[in-house]
Design a protein around this ligand. Structure first.
Ligand SMILES: Nc1ncnc2c1ncn2[C@@H]1O[C@H](COP(=O)(O)OP(=O)(O)OP(=O)(O)O)[C@@H](O)[C@H]1O
Ligand SMILES: [Mg+2]
Length: 439
């Protein structure tokens, strides 16, 4: 393709494009990116992302820096100061020696994707999924989402199964959002959290004076409150047998009486149930009604545990890292080594446990950091080269890490025990050749 054509394509694709070199220096951004971000290319080109990222800075985070840290492709979402949500996919281009030569970032503006006619299925799914803040990179999880989104528009009853913390509640919300009932309420109840005696009245409501202690005016149940929306019964295995019988009747007849009531209430809701128990086994043991099980199990959706979809872990970590950096006003990045370590753990508490761990690392990694970006954790630079070169390289790493951790030169100077002036001088020396426009 000739140069002119390339430039035309570069500036006219619907995606933003942001290209940096292996050290994080901005080489080019296209016009779509300028429009998405509201930042002019000339303000960015030639500048290092290490100086563009930070509090009150151009960017709050950078997929490129994650790519450099990990030497691997990265997908991340960011919010701009103008309230837009961007999905960024950063891909490293390696030279012959396995070093990163360029990083090409492709950027989707998730706030407008839905209005574009040209988006493919993949992007549409990314959009919906990102709107619900649901990460699905592994094939296993993508398959679950595919099925979920395929059945979402229908009215079929769904049973979501999976261990604790795998995302059952989140998936239920996604399905409701992708259904034709999305403008109606999603009413959910955790059947394990409600005392048995109250569960039936919570589900079906009661009339005035139905039982002692009941509200004098009566009370609508969940099925009524859902009002043509979706009812999500979480931990359905915990429903007592007599309530199971009533629920089954309601699902068959699509109508019921409030407790103590004489007026028939008809229901028009979509039912989603979830459990972390093996319902089939409970049926075999006589602890769950077989007929109700078959009624619920119309479309089974099984979410695999995190240990069986490790491909999701890096993206989940990035997602939670960004979330908690935002929440705690920090700018931490995990090294490849930390990522590898986190990715290798068994995570019996699944995503909930992973999120808690990431938040703990973000909050607790202070000056004597325990694994986020401590200088000592990076392997020593290669053993080739003169001592002076090696020391320079080591100093470069220390400076880059300190800048990432502390943001301002004043705090860096304090932490490193040098003056602010010499911190600034050292930072300027880091990438002299590329700072062509003098910033
Ligand atoms: N794919 C995902 N992407 C991002 N966050 C997720 C994902 N799956 C789960 N989470 C988050 O992990 C936490 C646990 O998810 P959720 O509550 O949906 O799990 P659950 O299977 O319903 O757990 P439990 O069995 O304990 O009810 C939530 O904070 C949720 O937002
Ligand atoms: Mg749940």
């Amino acid at each position: 393709m000739d140069q002119e054509l390339l430039e035309i394509v570069f500036d006219n694709v619907y995606n933003g494009i942001y290209i940096v070199d292996g050290r994080g220096i901005t080489l080019a951004v296209n016009r779509t990116f300028e429009e998405m971000s509201g930042i002019r290319g000339e303000e960015l080109v030639g500048r290092s992302l290490y100086e563009l990222v930070g509090k009150d800075n151009y960017f709050t985070g950078s997929a490129s820096l994650l790519v450099i840290e990990r030497k691997a492709p990265v997908t991340a979402t960011y919010s701009t100061s103008t309230g837009r949500k961007l999905l960024v996919k950063g891909r490293p281009i390696f030279d012959g020696r396995g070093e990163i030569r360029y990083i090409v970032n492709t950027i989707w503006d998730l706030t407008v994707v839905q209005y574009q006619q040209t988006i493919d299925d993949d992007t549409a799914r990314d959009h919906l999924v990102a709107e619900e803040d649901l990460i699905a990179c592994s094939d296993a999880m993508r398959q679950v989402i595919d099925v979920a989104l395929r059945v979402a528009p229908s009215d079929s009853t769904l049973l979501i199964t999976g261990e604790t913390g795998v995302g059952k509640s989140l998936l239920a919300r996604l399905i409701h959002r992708a259904s034709s009932r999305r403008e109606k309420p999603l009413m959910q109840i955790n059947c394990a959290a409600i005392p048995e005696a109250l569960l039936e009245s919570e589900l079906f409501g009661y009339e005035a004076g139905a039982f002692t202690g009941a509200d004098r005016k009566g009370k609508p149940g969940l099925f009524e409150l859902a009002d043509s929306g979706t009812v999500f019964l979480d931990e359905i295995a915990e429903i007592p047998l007599h309530t199971q019988a009533k629920l089954l009747g309601v699902l068959q007849d699509r109508e019921y009486y409030r407790i103590g009531g004489r007026k028939i209430t008809s229901i028009d809701v979509r039912l989603i149930a979830a459990t972390n128990r093996d319902l089939a086994r409970l049926v075999a043991e006589g602890r769950f009604r077989a007929d109700l099980f078959y009624r619920l199990d119309v479309v089974p959706l099984q979410i695999p545990p995190l240990r069986d979809r490790r491909d999701d872990i890096p993206a989940l970590i990035d997602f939670f890292l960004a979330k908690h950096n935002r929440r705690h006003q920090t700018y931490r990045i995990f090294s490849r080594k930390t990522m590898d370590y986190l990715t290798s753990l068994p995570w019996p508490g699944n995503i909930r446990e992973l999120e808690n761990a990431v938040e703990r690392l973000v909050v607790t990694a202070g000056d004597d950091a325990d694994g986020t970006v401590p200088a000592a954790e990076e392997p020593m630079v290669n053993s080739a080269g003169s001592l002076k070169m090696q020391l320079q390289e080591y100093e470069r790493k220390v400076l880059l890490q300190a800048r990432r951790r502390y943001g301002s030169t004043r705090r860096m100077a304090t932490a490193l025990g040098i003056s602010q002036a010499s911190t600034v001088r050292k930072l300027q020396r880091l990438a002299p050749a590329d700072d062509t426009n003098g910033v």
